[in-house]
Design a protein around this ligand. Structure first.
Ligand code: SAM
Length: 308
């Protein structure tokens, strides 16, 4: 993957700091033979036919609690932030780049693609904010990455319905990995700000989500109302699966969309936001496919909007 190639497909031009920083996140892309590509596609189709594939939704809360608890336990013992990397990265030796599949030899290639994306939104959108909220923060590994690369002192808010997130955030603060972080249990289906934690200043902070709204299917209305009418950030940034942006006449993006539906991933959110824009409630600044994805999906499209 080279700079010129990547630059062409990023929706806005990042700074030199971004390019210097992502040298730390190499991705080796190896073109697939016809047979290897066919095998990948066969695996995707068989997975789509698998009746036991777990669906996202309300029933999964305990799974997230347990999953992140494993990271928490390991991190509490080691104090090594590598233990906060979710275990679902780097499972397969393939990633998507520019809508096609590639083999990768570097065991961290998938994680590195995610690091590039978070640094991209940091560079373009987040760097001037003193307060940044992540909804669906998981193990807080994106927040850690931001705290390393944003120059100013930033206060972070790590929100998630898994209590393990809050325990991880507390540990990160206690062990001086992050200076200023607040965290509390937060449910997208019934969003409420914690009574004892001061709200960030209206119209002065940023919210982002990274592969988190993906988990709520079509039930995004309460969360939208909460963001737009209650807490009112300056800007909202999503890196999420957005079927509306994927062309249905291309095999891999078609299969990706099928996978979204099969797993009950975010569905209809972008169409809903466009309607809200038409009604004068919000403005959408950006909606774009992004360069990376996993074997099964192109799941990190960029949507950026603001309340009006
Ligand atoms: C795929 S993980 C992504 C975590 C993190 N953003 C990352 O990229 O590493 C999805 C996250 O969304 C959270 N989540 C799922 N449904 C949620 C809900 N209804 N309310 C709050 N968080 C939820 C999960 O607990 C999990 O942390």
């Amino acid at each position: 993957m080279d700079k010129l190639d990547l630059e062409q497909i990023l929706p806005l031009k990042p700074s030199e700091f971004f390019w210097e920083n992502i040298i730390n996140y190499p991705i080796d892309l190896i073109a697939l033979s016809k047979e290897e590509r066919d095998n990948c596609i066969l695996k995707i189709i068989k997975t789509l036919e698998d009746k036991s594939l777990i669906q996202a939704g309300r029933k999964r809360q305990n799974d997230w609690l347990k999953g992140w608890e494993e990271n928490l336990i390991n991190f509490a013992i080691s104090n090594d932030i590598k233990d906060l990397i979710p275990k679902y990265y780097n499972k397969f030796p393939y990633i998507r780049y520019k809508s096609d599949l590639y083999r990768v030899n570097n065991v961290n290639a998938e994680l590195n693609s995610v690091r590039i994306l978070i640094n991209y939104i940091a560079d373009i959108y987040l760097r001037n904010f003193e307060e940044i909220v992540e909804i669906g923060a998981g193990t807080c590994h994106h927040i850690l990455e931001l705290s390393k690369n944003l120059k100013r002192d930033t206060t972070f808010y790590a929100l998630d319905w898994s209590e393990s997130t809050t325990l991880i955030a507390e540990k990160l603060k206690e062990k001086n990995h992050i200076k200023s972080i607040h965290s509390f249990k937060f449910d997208f289906f019934n969003p409420l700000w914690h009574k004892e934690i001061k709200l960030p200043k209206e119209n002065k902070f940023a919210i982002y989500s990274f592969a988190a709204l993906e988990q709520i299917g079509q039930e995004f209305h309460n969360l939208f109302n909460f963001i737009n009418n209650t807490i009112k950030p300056k800007i909202v940034i999503h890196l999420e699966p957005i079927a509306e942006l994927l062309p249905q006449d291309q095999l891999l993006s078609y299969l990706s969309t099928k996978y979204f539906y099969k797993r009950n991933y975010l569905n209809g959110y972008y169409t809903f936001l466009k309607q809200k824009e038409k009604e004068g409630e919000i403005v959408i600044h950006e909606s774009s496919r992004m360069p990376f994805g996993s074997l099964f999906i192109e799941g990190y499209s960029l949507i950026v909007w603001s309340p009006l």
